[in-house]
Design a protein around this ligand. Structure first.
Ligand code: MG
Length: 258
């Protein structure tokens, strides 16, 4: 069931979203050769907690008999798609790409965002993958308006990505968000135009294209969390939390510059 949010609730999600956006900018500036993924996660956690926010992912369980996610930040490097677990042993190397995925709540309202960043000098192919993934998110967001259908978002992402010969991951999807970090509706990054639920003002969703250079297929590592591309090709991930409103899509996790 999709829970519509009031304008007041959207402002609460925006407050969380602004903090997440700032946290991602802050830890993004720490991304450099030699830094460990645990240092990034620890700093993200300090940043959120010192601002009175509750990290969404630390301790998060997908199912009762699954291990909880052990850290605040998901750090997914190169062929890792999403849900990479930070480690004090994993140091960033020149040429890596790293996705940082962060969720948190202030006052009980969650927001969720992700970026993928280069470490040192990356290949031309990797740079193109980041550009296309980020742009595909924008294409999806442009469709998040009342009167469109859910899969108009999906189709916009998929058709843009596939136009460059890249593929969209199917095993993970975007999602509704609000009082809980994941709620209805699911927001796939693949679909057909004109299909799915009709979009109305008050729907708040996280749109999050995960784009692979090779096959769309993924597998899960023995840690039960880290998703990797089946062919070990590079993968990128960008995410924003969006409110659908009569004034157009509101990007709640984009830090406002004024
Ligand atoms: Mg998400």
């Amino acid at each position: 069931m999709v829970i519509l949010k009031s304008p007041e609730e959207i402002e609460k999600i925006r407050a969380s979203g602004q903090l997440i956006g700032k946290a991602l900018e802050h830890i993004g500036r720490m991304v450099a050769i030699g830094v460990t993924t645990m240092e990034l996660s620890d700093e993200a956690e300090r940043f959120l907690i010192s601002s009175g926010a509750k990290p969404a992912f630390k301790g998060y369980k997908r199912a009762r008999n699954e291990p909880p996610f052990p850290a605040c930040l998901c750090t997914s490097i190169n062929n890792e798609v999403v849900h990479g677990i930070p480690s004090p042993k994993r140091r960033l190397c020149n040429g890596d790409i790293i996705s940082l995925d962060l969720g948190a709540a202030i006052d009980g309202y969650y927001a969720d965002a992700a970026v993928t960043l280069p470490v040192g000098k990356i290949s031309q192919g990797a740079r193109k993958l980041l550009e296309v993934t980020q742009k595909s998110l924008e294409m999806g967001i442009n469709m998040a308006v009342p009167g469109k259908r859910l899969q108009d978002i999906s189709y916009a992402v998929q058709s843009y990505v596939e136009g460059f010969g890249f593929s969209v991951v199917r095993d993970f999807v975007g999602h509704g968000i609000g009082r809980t970090p994941h709620e209805d509706p699911q927001v796939p990054n693949f679909g057909k135009p004109g299909r799915g639920r009709r979009l109305v003002s008050g729907i708040v969703i996280a749109i999050e294209p995960m784009v692979n250079m090779g096959t769309h297929e993924v597998s899960i590592k023995d840690d039960k969390w880290t998703a990797v591309t089946a062919d070990n090709s590079l993968s990128a991930h960008f995410e924003h939390t969006i409110a659908i409103t009569d004034n157009g899509p509101q990007i709640l996790t984009q830090v406002s510059k004024n």
